[in-house]
Design a protein around this ligand. Structure first.
Ligand code: ADP
Ligand code: MG
Length: 326
C-alpha cells in the first residue's frame, strides 16, 4: 500500500484534466480563474465550507455566514479583483429558521460591506449518516472584475516576499478553544478566527506591483509554497519577521512561530514584488491602516530555506493544513 495522498497530490493527479482553455487561465492552480469576456476580464473562485470541518459544531451561524463569503472574497483579493457577485449552494440538515436567519444576516453583512450581490444558488438537504443527517455544507462561487488579474505564477529571483496583517491569530484561537493549548481565547483571537477580513483593497492595489499573489488559508509556508512551485523558484524566509498580535506573542515564541508559519485560516495575502516597489507598498499599507511585513526573498534555486532574526537556519517543521492528513 502506498502512502495516503495529500489534498494537493489528489488535486494535481486527478483534476489537471489538460483540456485546453481559450481564456487567460489555462487550468487549475490559482486562487481564482481569470476569464475574458470581450475586452474585459473577470476572476472566479469557489470554496466549500462544512460545519464540523471548517467551523466548530456550535459556531454562531452569523459568523458562519459572514466567513463563508469572506473566504471567497479573500481568493478574489489574491487575484486583485473587485468583488461583484456570488452564488450560494447550501445543504441544510433541517429547516431551522432561527439558524438560517442568523446565517443570512452574517452573509448579508459581508455582502454589503464588499458590495457583492447574491445572484443565485441552490438549497438541498444533507443525506443520512446512520440515523443522523450530515452537517450543513455551503459552497460559494464568487466573481469580480479584474484588469489583468494576479496569479500564483510570476515570482522572480530577487523579489521581496510580503505578507499582510498579523498571521497566526485564527489558529491560536482554534487551539485555545479546543483545549489543545492551555489558556483563554481572547476576543481579538476569537474575532480573527470567526470574522476574517479579506484584503480586497490591498489586492487591487497590488495589481500594479506584485509579481505573484495568493491568500493565506492553509498555512503561510504552504501557500507561499504554491507560489514557489508555480513560479519555479525558491525562497529564504525569516520566521520571525511577520508582525504578530500582542495576544499571539503572549503565547510564547514556539507557538507564535507554529501558528504563523503553518496555522492557516488567516485570510491574509502573501505576495512577491520587486525591491523597487517597497516604498509604494509601505505607503499604501499605511494609508489604509494595515500592517505589512517583508518576510523574505525569492531565490532562483527551488528550495525553501528558513532563518530566524539572527540569520541562523531554522528547521522546517511547519506543515500546513491538508484535508486528508490522518
Ligand atoms: P484555495 O485555497 O485558494 O481555494 P487550493 O489551494 O485549495 O485553493 O486549491 C489549489 C487549486 O486547485 C486551486 O486552483 C483550485 O481551484 C483547484 N482545485 C481544488 N479542488 C479542485 C477540484 N475538485 N476540481 C478542480 N480544481 C480544484
Ligand atoms: Mg486561496
Amino acid at each position: 500500500m502506498g502512502q495516503c495522498p495529500s489534498e494537493f497530490d489528489l488535486i494535481e493527479r486527478y483534476f489537471s484534466l489538460g483540456v485546453p482553455s481559450k481564456w487567460p487561465s489555462q487550468g487549475i492552480g490559482d486562487d481564482c480563474a481569470i476569464i475574458s469576456i470581450g475586452t474585459s476580464k473577470i476572476a472566479v473562485t469557489t470554496d466549500t465550507l462544512a460545519i464540523g470541518t471548517h467551523f466548530l459544531p456550535d459556531a454562531d451561524p452569523f459568523t458562519v455566514g459572514y466567513k463563508a463569503l469572506a473566504v471567497n472574497l479573500s481568493d478574489l483579493a489574491a487575484a486583485a479583483a473587485v468583488p461583484r457577485a456570488f452564488f450560494l449552494a447550501l445543504s441544510l440538515d433541517k429547516a431551522d429558521e432561527a439558524w438560517i436567519e442568523r446565517f443570512t444576516a452574517g452573509l448579508k453583512k459581508c455582502a454589503q460591506q464588499y458590495g457583492c450581490a447574491l445572484l443565485g444558488g441552490d438549497t438541498t438537504r444533507t443525506s443520512f449518516i446512520g440515523q443522523e443527517r450530515a452537517p450543513v455544507t455551503m459552497t460559494i462561487t464568487a466573481m469580480g472584475d479584474v484588469q489583468e488579474g494576479l496569479t500564483r505564477k510570476g515570482a522572480k529571483p530577487g523579489d521581496d516576499i510580503w505578507v499582510s496583517g498579523t498571521l497566526g491569530d485564527a489558529y491560536a484561537a482554534l487551539m485555545l478553544r479546543t483545549g489543545e493549548w492551555e489558556g483563554t481565547c481572547t476576543q481579538h483571537l476569537a474575532d480573527r478566527m470567526d470574522v476574517p477580513t479579506p484584503r480586497v483593497e490591498l489586492g487591487q492595489f497590488l495589481q500594479d506591483y506584485a509579481t505573484a499573489c495568493a491568500d493565506v488559508s492553509d498555512g503561510f509556508l504552504q501557500d507561499l509554497g504554491h507560489i514557489l512551485k508555480r513560479s519555479a523558484v525558491g525562497a529564504v524566509v525569516n520566521v520571525d519577521a511577520c508582525a504578530a498580535s500582542v495576544d499571539l506573542r503572549a503565547l510564547g515564541q514556539q507557538r507564535c512561530r507554529q501558528a504563523q508559519m503553518a496555522g492557516g485560516d488567516d485570510y491574509e495575502l502573501v505576495w512577491t514584488a520587486p525591491v523597487a516597489a517597497r516604498k509604494a507598498i509601505e505607503a499604501f499599507a499605511k494609508q489604509i491602516g494595515i500592517t505589512v511585513s517583508c518576510v523574505g526573498t525569492i531565490l532562483s534555486d527551488t528550495h525553501l530555506n528558513l532563518v530566524d532574526a539572527t540569520g541562523a537556519t531554522v528547521l522546517n517543521v511547519y506543515h500546513g493544513f491538508d484535508h486528508f492528513d490522518q
